[in-house]
Design a protein around this ligand. Structure first.
Ligand SMILES: [Zn+2]
Length: 290
């Protein structure tokens, strides 16, 4: 599932290829829960719109159009947003990689490609492909918001210790649960929460209210650090494609605890443990994290 870093990598790659261009035509797949705005309305409303910016809030992308209108894009579980004709086979799922190797251009557009934008300059268009259709597209009128955006807390890339400290006072929930609360911090996924807690030396089960101000500062710093590092490594390995499951970036090679249950901690050699907190797998070093 694309997490904040993958979405930010996607934004950084696509922004320079989209901003300043004007939409000439729109093609949508058949109506489905993918479309929060009906396909026919998108096809009518988007034509002629300039793309003035590509922004991100948590895991949502917002394409700024003319006069305050915005296109909300969410990658869901398997969404891929890319420029037509992109060829970056190592980041495409194996079946498509094989099709490409056989010289097929089928990946350009298939039954899973739900949204296709072409531009007035005649250059390559934008494609939104999503096999499982948990992605979302919604056109927002000027000044209109979306309840999904309104519920988001501070973007995790700009978290600071004071915010975590304030949010955790009086909270009995494990600190890990608080980190994953999108209303507190937008965009922290399971892997980044586990890694940041390890780097900050805090056990994921610790009640949030018992994390000190100093530890909150350290934790906030590590949350930013793991996210930024993941963006860097994702950025270095992705050209036009975004991995459908976020696993193709290099960050996974730098995991210290996440999904390393039973392996030795790189710092102290203790055995890394896995427990379940609020239905999510959590990994930690019993010696380095208190
Ligand atoms: Zn350790």
């Amino acid at each position: 599932m694309p997490e904040l870093p993958e979405v930010e990598v996607c934004r950084r790659l696509l922004a320079p290829k989209l901003v300043g261009r004007r939409i000439a035509s729109v093609r949508c797949g058949p109506p489905s829960y993918f479309f929060l705005t009906p396909p026919r309305r998108l096809e009518q409303s988007l034509v002629g719109e300039p793309v003035t910016a590509l922004e991100r809030q948590g895991k949502y992308l917002l394409m700024a159009l003319g006069e305050g209108r915005r296109l909300l894009l969410h990658l869901g579980m398997t969404g891929q947003l890319y420029i037509a004709g992109a060829r970056s086979p190592r980041l495409i799922r194996r079946v498509e990689r094989e099709r490409l190797a056989q010289g097929s251009a089928a990946v350009e557009s298939d039954p899973h490609t739900h949204l296709m934008l072409e531009f007035e300059d005649g250059g390559p268009g934008l494609r939104f492909r999503d096999v499982r259709k948990f992605g979302k597209v919604r056109l927002l009128a000027a000044g209109e918001s979306d309840s999904r955006l309104d519920k988001l807390g501070r973007d995790a890339l700009s978290v600071d210790g004071e915010l975590l400290f304030a949010a955790s006072r009086g909270r009995k929930v494990p600190i890990k649960t608080l980190l994953l609360d999108q209303g507190v911090l937008a965009g922290v996924g399971n892997i980044y929460a586990d890694e940041a807690l390890f780097l900050a030396g805090i056990r994921p089960t610790r009640p949030a209210r018992r994390v000190t101000r100093e530890q909150c500062a350290r934790l906030a710093e590590q949350v930013r650090r793991v996210l930024e590092r993941s963006i860097e490594t994702g950025g270095s390995s992705i050209s036009d494609y975004i991995a459908p499951d976020g696993n193709d970036g290099q960050f996974q090679n730098e995991r210290r605890v996440y999904a390393r249950e039973g392996e030795a901690c790189g710092t102290c050699a203790s055995v890394i443990k896995r427990i379940v907190i609020a239905t999510r797998s959590s990994h930690y070093c019993p010696r380095c994290q208190r």
